[in-house]
Ligand binder design. Structure first.
Ligand code: MV4
Length: 505
């Protein structure tokens, strides 16, 4: 039954494409990168064995072009496509088209993506399988009268959510019965224009919860394990900023119960591959299923560091129809891991995305520090893609050791030419409530004031000024039609170059 994968097309960019390519190299699998015109000099293009240009900078003309990507995989003789996260990773139609083209989709079955993508069908399935969900409707509301009745039953405040939503899009909190009709109408309108699907359902609004998710791995033989939790409550406007494993509030007993619920959820949709079950935990430490992410997640490294399991290798293994090489009893969590998402954003200016050329880049190093990054010195950070340029991940013997290591690593990280969220991450690592593990999903909103950040040091000001001058000079050079003066960037290792195929373009 099993089928070896020899060659993978990585249908993504930035740090996650590099992450996947690294796993492939360790497995002896040939890698094919795809890239847009904006990414010709990007690390994922350099690190792959081959790289194919697939279109202009805008994602809908490059990284979202299903037909071009599948054609490229066939032309480049790939056996499989890894979608990474974002882009086409949770597109059931793409997963189907990949399989139809005779290629392996390194992700779950299209049917599982579909079931979990519709939040009401996911809820219904969880209720049927005894996985706890927040009290509310079993499917979309069909009339304002029904909505009013359900809302009274579960009790205000309630939350209206779009069936086709997820990740916080199209939600409405309703505090009082007299506000329900109007809120329902506007939620339905918003859902219709955002998703082309106006179905809305009701949940009781859980006040000040924590957001904790469980990583699962499932093989094609029906074995499913969980790899513990990730604490994801430190977020801003639905963008996670800091994640950790384990969570300060989850003990072995709660982990076992949530883990079992997550495994039940995965089994319910016949899941295969790596997936994540999101839960809310309320002040009584009761947990509720929120949604399932049917992809590899940004924050997967914290799980890798505490379990020692390479999730991308496991994704490839189970995509080859091979059985997982361990059972639940083999999985041990050791120590503590924290991830900070580093973004090109101006924290002092309402996290406005910043663009520019990375003039200097020296990531943190040393024992227990992992830098998963998608840029190099000389890289341009543009408006076309997500502002996250790197993930800084640390491992420590315990939570405090990991916090101290993260502070040290954030202080060590040098990056000039763009504003970054490093000072904000540093703020979180210093905050007494974070240190005590005493926080909920509103941590940033409640505790963060940009005025409280320390002023940049004189050294940082000088470095920023020098980077600005350098950038200005380059623009003048390129405006005059001369070379863009690109920094000399280190080549691939000679071993990698020697083994490069001839198909590069
Ligand atoms: C909730 C909730 C409170 N009660 N559901 C936001 C993203 C989406 N995955 C679900 N979300 C929420 N659902 C109930 N019944 C609060 C949120 C929520 C949230 C959840 C996780 C992380 C950050 C959040 C920020 C605001 C609201």
């Amino acid at each position: 039954m099993s089928q070896s994968i020899r060659s993978i097309l990585v249908a993504n960019r930035g740090e996650i494409a590099v992450r996947i390519i690294r796993a492939c190299k360790e497995l002896g699998i040939r890698t094919v990168a795809v890239y847009s015109e904006a990414d010709a000099a990007s690390p994922h293009v350099r690190y792959a064995d081959e790289a194919w240009l697939i279109g202009p900078a805008p994602s809908n003309q490059s990284y979202l072009r299903q037909d071009v990507i599948i054609d490229t995989a066939r032309s480049a003789n790939c056996d499989a496509i890894h979608p990474g996260y974002g882009f086409l990773s949770e597109n059931a139609g793409f997963a189907r088209a990949v399989e139809k083209a005779g290629l392996i989709f390194i992700g779950p079955p299209a049917s599982a993506i579909e079931t979990m993508g519709d939040k009401t069908s996911a809820r219904k399935l969880m209720i049927a399988r005894g996985v706890p969900v927040v009290p509310g409707t079993e499917s979309a509301v069909t009339s304002p009268e029904e909505a009013e009745k359900t809302a009274l039953e579960v009790g205000y405040p309630i939350l209206l959510k779009a069936a086709a939503g997820g990740g916080g899009k199209g939600m409405r909190v309703v505090e009082r019965p007299e506000d329900l009709r109007k809120a329902l109408e506007s939620a339905q309108n918003e859902a219709r224009s955002a998703f082309g699907d106006d179905r809305v359902y009701i949940e009781k609004f859980v006040v000040k919860p924590r957001h904790i998710e469980i990583q699962v791995l499932a093989d094609a033989q029906g074995s499913i394990v969980h790899l513990g939790e990730r604490e994801c409550s430190i977020q801003r406007r639905h963008q996670k900023v800091v994640e950790e494993s384990p969570s300060a509030i989850v003990d072995a007993e709660l982990r076992a119960r949530m883990g079992q619920a997550a495994v039940d959820a995965a089994r319910a949709c016949s899941y295969v591959n790596a997936g994540t079950i999101e839960f809310l935990i309320d002040e009584n430490r009761d947990f509720y299923f929120l949604e399932m992410n049917t992809r590899l997640q940004v924050e997967h490294p914290v799980t890798e560091l505490v379990t020692g399991i390479d999730l991308v290798k496991m994704q490839i293994l189970v995509a080859e129809q091979k059985p997982l090489p361990f059972t639940q009893d083999d999985i041990r969590l050791q120590g503590h891991a924290i991830e900070c998402r580093l973004c090109a954003e101006d924290v002092r200016n309402n996290f406005l995305p910043d663009t520019g050329i990375v003039m200097a880049c020296r990531p943190a190093q040393g024992f227990g520090v992992r830098d998963d990054s998608g840029i190099l010195e000389g890289s341009e950070i543009s408006i076309h893609y997500d502002p996250m340029f790197a993930k800084l991940v640390v491992w420590g013997m315990d939570r405090m050791d990991a916090i101290r290591k993260m502070r040290r690593a954030l202080d060590e990280y040098v990056i000039h030419g763009i504003e970054t969220t490093i000072p904000f991450c540093r703020f979180v690592m210093e905050h007494p409530k974070f240190i005590d593990g005493d926080f909920q999903i509103d941590f940033v909103q409640v505790h963060f004031r940009p005025e409280d950040l320390p002023e940049p040091t004189e050294d940082e000001e000088i470095a920023a000024a020098l980077a600005a001058i350098e950038q200005h000079e380059r623009w003048e050079l390129s405006a005059a039609g001369k070379s863009n003066g690109g920094l000399q960037i280190g080549r691939c290792s000679p071993w990698a170059l020697r083994n490069r195929g001839g198909g590069s373009r």
